[in-house]
Design a protein around this ligand. Sequence first.
Ligand code: SF4
Length: 124
Amino acid sequence: MLARINMYKDITCIICPISCRIKVSFTDDTLSNIEGYQCKKGKTYAMNEATCPRRIFTTTIRANDGELSRVPVRSTKPIKRENLFKAMKIAKNVKLHAPVGFGQIIIKDFTEKGIDLISTWEVK
Ligand code: SF4
């Protein structure tokens, strides 16, 4: 029988200012225990952060022929943290031409299906 491998992740909840320190335990690579949270939102946050952390991706993209030279953009939903570098490489190679509308889809299904890259500013 293989030995059980235990691992712990200490996570600080950022949902509210209380900033609970939450301990997430894994046994044989399976989440086995969560302690230290004070509410359901914090528990869900810690579970996601420990198993599949995600972040909203933001950057700027070059825009030609407009009043601004770059357009700020963001992902419509948080993307996997492991995909942030890939996302930056994709965004770096995009060149836009004005006009660019507020909320315009720049790249559909950006890094995952259902998550688009959209502009967060208007460039005329
Ligand atoms: S676990 Fe709940 S109470 Fe604690 S920091 Fe997170 S949201 Fe706030």
